[in-house]
Design a protein around this ligand. Sequence first.
Ligand code: NDP
Length: 264
Amino acid sequence: MVPIEKSFVNNMFSVEGKVAMVTGATGALGKVLAKAYGYAGAKVMMTGRSEGKLKDLEAEFKAEGIDCAYFVADPAKEDDVQALVKATVDKYGEVNILAVCHGYNKPKPILEQSVEEWQYIMDADCKSVYIVLKYVAQQMVAQGKGGKIVVVTSQRSKRGMAGYTGYCTSKGGADLMVSSMACELSAQHHINVNSLCPTVFRSELTEWMFDPESAVYQNFLKREPIGRLAEPADFAGYALFLSSDASNYITGANCDCSGGYLTC
Ligand code: NDP
């Protein structure tokens, strides 16, 4: 039997000194996870398509003593992602952690949605995940030191919803992508690949759902044993756990972080 080591227990949640890349860092969850990695002592490479927002984030984080940088890239474009990986390695020498936080949705019934509109969602939420995972995993394999990959999908990856044929399909695809990549990468290359599946959390797009008096909010509470909707900060602990040695035996998992949504 392998004994438990005190030094392992004392350090198992640490990401200090690691290089963490965060996509969709300009979004509600991406910003919070990027900051959480930074507070935990990681070097943070933030990416997204909006240079102005990335620049502001860099200034905000640096003012708090976080070692960070940014690179503008569209995650659905292969050339952009290859350049992003190169820029990260040029700046920090390696990539140890990847958190995929970008995403897009524009709900529309299938009878009204054009194939191009559906494809745009698929590219934003599924193809882009494939491209980012592929090139970051290649880099991690070349480094030969393993790695941690966390992809934010959704509870909608497991259940359908009217108007969501693009979003549910792409998030379901991303969940299965994570599991398939774990089968390829974990045993041989010690890269853990997992997804986080939240329900609604507060962002610019969902803010309107957070009025406690509204029927929408009340309806959600009937399905949320935890008694409230989530804040982006609620997922920082899970993301850090999946990025640290504490989760070394977890891979290919689609991790529920829904406040108990699945239980009722
Ligand atoms: P936000 O909408 O706040 O931000 C997401 C970021 O993704 C944006 O800042 C944007 O960055 C980038 N993005 C937007 N559209 C595209 C696109 N077409 N192609 C590539 N990148 C794009 O998202 P959240 O923080 O709310 O969500 C983070 C993740 O969690 C997403 O994957 C989302 O689907 C998922 N999720 C969200 C829930 C919620 O309630 N908010 C619930 C469950 C899952 P830029 O413009 O700089 O590229």
